[in-house]
Design a protein around this ligand. Structure first.
Ligand SMILES: C[S@@+](CC[C@H](N)C(=O)[O-])C[C@H]1O[C@@H](n2cnc3c(N)ncnc32)[C@H](O)[C@@H]1O
Length: 402
């Protein structure tokens, strides 16, 4: 069970004595974790538990959350990744913003650099007290996100996406607070209901960070759905109300190594189906989930390998993406593939599968790989039948397990 911080703990941890105690514990935790517990108990008595938990949490989130922050285990896990928060904050530059589920302040930290005026609120008094330490100078108030306490602000909300039993949920009714209630509180018209039961004035602009698998039909007030990925992992579907939307569907691809880019449904979607060229491109998950594979393909002069698959092909690799140079291809059969890989001396393969019932981990040992070469094998069900492409992966990115 994670340690349950109290307001008294937060006051202590924020004091000069508490800060020194955590710094001392941090050094211990890195060298001798077991002895740290007994030594800190002897030195600090009841204060040992919050001090140790803070030192351990900081160690766990190093690089993800600013150094020196106060956190709870759950708040650390829920904190919006800094590049995602920075991207949202940039879209809200110059606006008056109210983060209605601010927790310990990860989004506030990004927003305070861009918003004209900024307020944070949360129901949890301990998280709010931590936010006061983490983002000093930001106006913070304990308030229910369902009854916003500011006027004429953009509301930013990031509801918890776990059920009471701790399981991840994609269902908007299970978010904390639930998505419909958040939208109603902001004054958005709800299907079969009326706008903003709690509010009589004009609706707020609203942006809600939700689970990537959310069905946008469950949020009809959302004029724009933005799928956001970071370093190849889809992090969220952000729902933007009409006053903030600039398109209907957008994929935003963020990277800690390269410049961000986006693609939207306003772009040309002419992306025909044609036989494979020199390259196979597996578009970023944000592009796939946003339903923008055609637009992305059209932008880079690519074509689709099949009507129903997200794989694209082309004679040039789009800039900044990991793609697969096709070395060999033909109808997929295990024996043929084994022979092709043996002839190329391939000892390690990354196997990507679309539209075929093939388990890469079960297939790999059956290929009896031997040799020094590496390859990426793309297996796909095309209109013409199952096809195997033996490729060389080029570019930065996260490979599937070799
Ligand atoms: C996923 S966390 C938000 C994380 C935050 N965006 C960050 O980057 O640190 C959700 C927060 O919503 C708060 N919360 C849940 N229900 C609420 C409500 N009805 N009103 C205000 N805050 C609420 C929780 O206490 C929690 O801190």
């Amino acid at each position: 069970m994670p340690y349950a911080f109290t307001l008294d703990d937060v006051a202590y941890l924020a004091s000069p004595t508490g800060r020194d105690a955590v710094d001392g514990a941090a050094a211990f935790v890195r060298t001798d974790r077991l002895r740290a517990v007994s030594t800190l108990r002897a030195r600090l008595g009841d204060r040992a538990a919050p001090v140790l938990e803070t030192a351990l949490l900081r160690e766990r989130v190093r690089g993800r959350v600013p150094d020196g922050w106060l956190l709870t285990a759950e708040a650390a896990e829920q904190a919006t990744a800094a590049p995602v928060a920075a991207h949202r904050a940039a879209r809200l530059a110059g606006r008056d913003v109210h983060d209605v589920t601010c927790s310990v302040g990860a989004e506030l930290d990004a927003l305070r650099g861009t918003a004209a005026r900024l307020v944070g609120s949360d129901l949890d008094p301990v998280r709010l007290a931590m936010a006061r330490v983490n983002v000093p100078g930001v106006a913070l108030v304990r308030a229910d996100a369902l009854a916003p306490v500011t006027r004429d602000t953009v509301l930013v909300a990031d509801p918890g996406r776990r059920t009471a039993s701790g399981r991840r949920t994609w269902r908007p009714g299970d978010f904390t607070p639930p998505l419909d209630a958040l939208a109603s509180g902001a004054g958005m018209a709800q299907p079969g209901g009326h706008a903003g039961v709690q509010r009589q004035e004009s609706p707020h602009d609203l942006v809600v960070s939700t689970a990537p698998g959310l069905d946008p039909a469950t949020a009809p007030w959302a004029a724009e759905v933005e799928l956001v990925s970071l370093d190849g992992r889809v992090r969220e579907a952000a729902l933007w109300s009409a006053g903030l939307a600039t398109t209907r569907r957008r994929a935003t691809v963020l990277s800690s190594r390269a410049a961000p880019w986006t693609v939207t449904d306003d772009e040309d979607e002419h992306c025909p189906v044609a036989p494979v060229g020199e390259w196979i491109v597996d578009p970023d998950g944000a592009v796939v989930r946003a339903g923008l594979v055609r637009q992305y393909g059209a932008r880079h002069g690519l074509w689709r390998l099949d009507e129903h698959l997200a794989y694209l092909s082309g004679d040039e690799r789009p800039p900044g993406v990991r793609a697969f140079r096709v070395l060999d291809h033909g109808r997929y059969g295990e024996r043929t593939l084994r022979r092709t890989l043996a002839a190329r001396g391939v000892g390690r393969v990354e196997i990507l599968v679309r539209g075929l019932d093939v388990d890469p981990n079960a297939l790999r040992p059956r290929l009896r790989l031997r040799g020094d070469a590496e390859a990426t094998v793309v297996l796909a069900r095309l209109a013409t039948g199952p096809e195997a492409f033996v490729c060389e992966a080029v570019g930065d990115g996260v490979p599937a397990d070799l």
